[in-house]
Ligand binder design. Structure first.
Ligand SMILES: [Zn+2]
Length: 274
């Protein structure tokens, strides 16, 4: 039965390919056992996907997977269900991870990137935020404190990987991949292409939370460098899943408890359109 009461938590992790294994986070760290699992909450947008609550460095952390598509639940609606829960929990910092395609021919499968900007080309995820009545300024859309924590953890836990400290994430609606002609157009917009990051990045700003994510290149987009194989894509998703999960957990544990170091909350203003 869905619950109305959301447990308080200041930290949240939105998982992609790296945390889709059922044993997250216990699989990655023997001390991390979920305090509660399969938590479904009522929201104004319908019942939420299942959340997990666990304790990391004495802090309660809410974890939810946005990877995958629930039948009958449009992606934009699912995001609003998630952010309605995160707002009620009082979440202030959010980290995410995702597998993406490479638009920039300098990026290879296996590379890691912590993007600092995005282009939203989604067609069915627009609409109002969950807090309502806000002018959301996208001057610095990705939290610099969260980005630095992810970069530091990635350097330490994946020293043999190429790591890029900035890049532009082009968000498409999906779930299908892009055609070669679409990719040629997208190459003028950014470095990587994927189907997450928005609306999460601006819904986070809407609820007054910081948001940052790390991306793993899992394939070349069509027409970039060479054709990709389904086997390699599967291998990237499975072999690197634990690494991505460990980086996000390590970065989450290192995030400062206070809200110093960034101006994310100042970029949420009262609307002028009331
Ligand atoms: Zn911030």
């Amino acid at each position: 039965m869905p619950s109305v009461a959301v447990p308080p938590a200041r930290l949240a992790i939105i998982g992609g390919s790296g945390t889709q294994g059922g044993a997250f986070p216990a699989d990655l760290h023997p001390c991390l056992v979920a305090d509660d699992d399969g938590l479904v909450f009522e929201t104004p947008y319908g019942d939420s996907p299942p959340f997990q609550l666990f304790t990391l460095a004495s802090e309660p952390v809410l974890h939810v997977r946005m990877h995958g598509w629930r039948p009958g639940v449009p992606r934009g609606l699912a995001s609003r269900q998630v952010f309605s829960v995160l707002q009620r929990a009082g979440v202030r910092r959010i980290l995410s991870e995702a597998g993406v395609g490479s638009l920039n021919h300098l990026l290879d499968p296996g590379d890691l990137l912590v993007c600092d900007d995005f282009v939203d080309l989604t067609t069915d995820r627009a609409g109002e935020g969950v807090a309502g009545g806000r002018l959301l300024v996208m001057r610095e859309p990705v939290c610099p404190v969260g980005r630095e924590a992810l970069l530091r953890s990635a350097r330490r836990l994946a020293p043999d990987r190429r790591l890029f400290a900035r890049g532009v994430y082009v968000v498409t609606e999906g779930p299908r991949f892009e055609s070669p002609a679409e990719v040629r157009r997208l190459q003028g917009m950014g470095d990587i292409v994927g189907q997450s990051f928005s609306p999460e990045v601006w819904l986070a700003r809407d609820i007054g939370a910081c948001y940052a994510g790390i991306q793993l290149i899992v394939n070349y987009a069509e027409g970039v460098v060479s054709d990709w194989s389904h086997d390699e894509l599967r291998r990237r998703f499975t072999d690197d899943a634990r690494l991505m999960g460990r980086i996000v957990l390590d970065a989450a544990a290192a995030l400062p408890g206070d809200e110093a170091g960034c101006h994310c909350r100042e970029l949420r203003k009262p609307t002028l359109l009331a």
